[in-house]
Design a protein around this ligand. Structure first.
Ligand SMILES: O=P(O)(O)O[C@@H]1C[C@H](O)[C@@H](CO)O1
Length: 213
């Protein structure tokens, strides 16, 4: 497989990049799919039978990665199957193409106040992608105890870096978003716990699950 140099060490898109991509697509299709299917090598034909088909080439979608593997058409196909709105990815992205999982830096502040804009800017300059008031001490102690740790943080709000922005974070908003996302997080947690025996078999060591907001 030929590796394209340009694809190596791709950086993840920022929130604003993703927002632009979303808005671009939303303004060009009336489909609002609840089902998304990722088609592997040679399986793009799974999208052949959709009705009201609308196809976008990855290369035409702003900030969208491109497929480099033969048999991956590189198209996003919207349409309906059995009356249900679906979207198919004809082509996926692999680590060997230079795509990496999104990694981010979590930074902890002591709180209880939220960051000022100056503090938020400083954290941003220092390389933080997210900020919270917990998790770090918990993980530090757990590591001292020799535990392996998986941290799950729910990102509840944007942090403003701009003095002209009116919106302010408040704890009510944090709680409201947490409530909205609790079921999704619960499912993630249940899946992790259900599969944790696989982790134990492989590593034969302890795990703690730190569920942070
Ligand atoms: O679960 P924690 O306490 O980390 O949740 C965040 C941090 C603050 O306690 C509070 C701010 O709204 O929510």
């Amino acid at each position: 497989i030929h590796l394209k140099e340009a694809n190596r060490h791709r950086n993840c898109c920022s929130f604003d990049d993703c927002k632009l991509t979303t808005e671009w697509l939303l303004s060009r299709t009336r489909h609002r799919p609840k089902i998304a299917i990722v088609c592997g090598s040679g399986l793009g034909l799974l999208a052949d039978n959709v009705s009201n088909k609308q196809t976008f080439r990855y290369e035409d979608i702003p900030n969208f990665p491109v497929s480099t593997v033969p048999g991956h058409e590189g198209c996003l196909v919207f349409g309906q199957i059995k009356g249900k709105s679906c979207v198919f990815m004809q082509g996926r992205f692999h680590l060997y193409e230079g795509y990496s999982l999104c990694k981010g830096v979590y930074c902890m502040v002591s709180g209880p106040n939220f960051e000022t804009i100056a503090e938020a800017r400083m954290l941003h300059i220092l390389g933080s992608d997210s900020v919270g008031m917990s998790t770090v001490p918990e993980v530090t102690v757990a590591k001292h105890c020799g535990l392996r740790v998986l941290g799950l943080s729910l990102i509840t709000n944007k942090v403003s870096l701009d003095y002209s922005r009116e919106e302010k974070v408040n704890h009510e908003e944090v709680l409201q978003i947490s409530k909205m996302r609790a079921e999704m997080l619960q499912n993630v947690l249940l899946t992790f716990i259900a599969r944790s025996h696989q982790v134990e078999t492989i590593n034969n060591s302890n795990c703690i699950y730190s569920n942070a907001v």
